[in-house]
Design a binder for this molecule. Structure first.
Ligand code: HAM
Length: 442
């Protein structure tokens, strides 16, 4: 996985300013990956009927406190918050889902045909400890289905959208981890069972010292379900003996979960039941899931059903389900595996100039190609012919157009086929047509 750049040594600093810790520039060489990610998201959204939405980067803090949950790491430790001069308490969004529900309620989307399907792509901010695949500013795309019924079909649809995105990004064999965390009633019963189990274990193990890690000791008071997804060795051993949430689901939740799994079976999507998957945000109920790929132990995306979120933020009960993918992590894997998407368009010509008059003409010619929607490259800032041809070679263009003093005088352009090396003079007035013809033939 791509690690965030280390803080630079003082002696190597080229500028007193560096990107803040955990944040980075996305440089031009990475842009084919980002374009591919954006295009694939938009294609999938278009096919499955999601409409694009762009909420503000800042939201009222309370939206996340009430939506994501007071006892979660995101709200407790990771939000970037600020107080405006007017006294508003805002937070840089740590995720999109709460904003989606806020927008749904604020913009009266419940009066539109239900459910409403929304997609997004943009940066989110979490003040986490930067490490491999973990940044403080990172990008998510997502697909949310809000309103209508709490129907398993919608759970399956967002899971499929996530998988199709990973496939489009050429992630091999995406693996779905899936679980159900039930509803308010059956989860409350399970929570009590789990707490009883841990309390008994703690009491029995007291003499032997540590039974669970410090964090889990705290979780027993704050967020019992999160006991299940602790990575500490002792806690992992213990949870293996803990009661499973799947055995505690009430009948409607069991039927719902079965419905989701049957739909995934119907289209042959492999999944792994993971009864320890509970997710780090409080708003979920019933289905929760995460995406992984072979050889990587970090989630590439995740989501679930959040039927209570609208109520938590003051709206009326609205079933909803969604998924968000971690774009930086996905691109990190592609880069590590040397999978690239190449330059955006292959058809390219290169305009070469020799001399000041030709430079002006070449500058104007670029605009003609732009009008004709033909991708033309140049190195107008370089005067040496050799230097320009070097750039043309590097860019692997098919055709070079050479304009010198003599050509300007004769009203022609030299058209050089970069593969065969053959050259031909073409009248300057016909050059756009000629280039179009040649690019078409290739
Ligand atoms: P999440 O699991 O917190 O879910 O984030 C989704 C994905 O964002 C993760 O699976 C991971 O790939 C990526 N991610 C999370 N933290 C970082 C980080 N620090 N650096 C890089 N990538 C990261 C949500 O945010 C929910 N809103 C998903 C959802 C949508 N649920 C329903 N609808």
């Amino acid at each position: 996985m791509t690690t965030p750049p280390k803080e630079k040594e003082p002696s190597k600093k080229l500028t007193p300013f560096q990107t803040p810790k955990g944040m980075r520039d996305i440089l031009p060489e990475e842009s084919p990956y980002w374009e591919k990610a954006r295009e694939s998201t938009a294609d999938i959204a278009d096919f499955y009927g999601f409409g694009y939405i762009e909420p503000p980067v800042l939201e009222n803090i309370d939206l996340f406190v009430r939506g994501v949950g007071m006892g979660t790491d995101i709200v407790e430790k990771e939000m970037y918050t600020l107080k405006t001069k007017g006294g508003d308490n805002l937070a840089l969004r740590p995720e999109f889902t709460a904003s989606m529900i806020r927008s749904f309620l604020e913009n009266g989307m419940s009066r539109m045909p239900q459910p409403v399907k929304l997609w997004y792509f943009g940066p989110v901010f979490r003040h986490e400890n930067p490490q491999s695949g973990r940044f403080r500013q990172f990008y998510q795309n997502g697909f949310e289905i809000i309103g209508g019924e709490s129907d398993p079909i919608y759970d399956a649809q967002v899971i499929v959208a996530g998988v199709r995105f990973l496939e489009a990004m050429r992630i091999k064999a995406p693996l779905i981890h899936i679980n159900s965390i039930g509803c308010r009633s059956c989860r409350a019963i399970y929570r009590k069972k789990l707490l009883d189990f841990y309390r008994k274990e703690m009491a029995a193990g007291k003499k032997k010292g540590k039974v669970v890690c410090r964090d889990c000791e705290r979780r027993m008071d704050t967020n019992v379900l999160r006991l299940l997804d602790c990575k500490d060795e002792a806690c992992v051993e213990l949870r293996g003996r803990a009661p499973s949430i799947l055995d505690s689901l009430c009948s409607p939740c069991r039927t719902h979960f079965k419905g989701v799994l049957e739909l995934l079976d119907e289209i042959g999507l492999p999944y792994m039941l993971n009864p320890y998957l509970v997710r780090g945000l409080d708003y979920y109920n019933r289905t929760v899931f995460e995406f992984y790929t072979e050889g990587e132990n970090i989630a590439l995306g995740g989501g679930g059903r959040y039927d209570y979120l609208a109520e938590l933020v003051g709206g009326k009960s609205t079933p909803a389900v969604g998924v968000a993918m971690g774009i930086d992590r996905i691109i990190g894997i592609l880069k590590d595996k040397d999978i690239d998407f190449g330059p955006r368009k292959k058809d390219k010509v290169f305009v070469v100039h020799v001399g000041e008059t030709a430079k002006k003409k070449a500058f104007a010619l670029m605009e003609e190609f732009r009008k004709a929607n033909i991708r033309a490259l140049e190195a107008l800032g370089k005067d040496s012919l050799q230097a320009q041809m070097k750039v043309a070679d590097k860019e692997e263009v098919q055709i070079a157009l050479i304009l010198g003093q003599k050509e300007i005088y004769e009203g022609v352009v030299i058209v050089r086929d970069m593969k065969t090396g053959t050259q031909e003079n073409v009248p300057i007035g016909k050059i756009v047509e000629e280039v179009r013809k040649r690019l078409h033939k290739n």
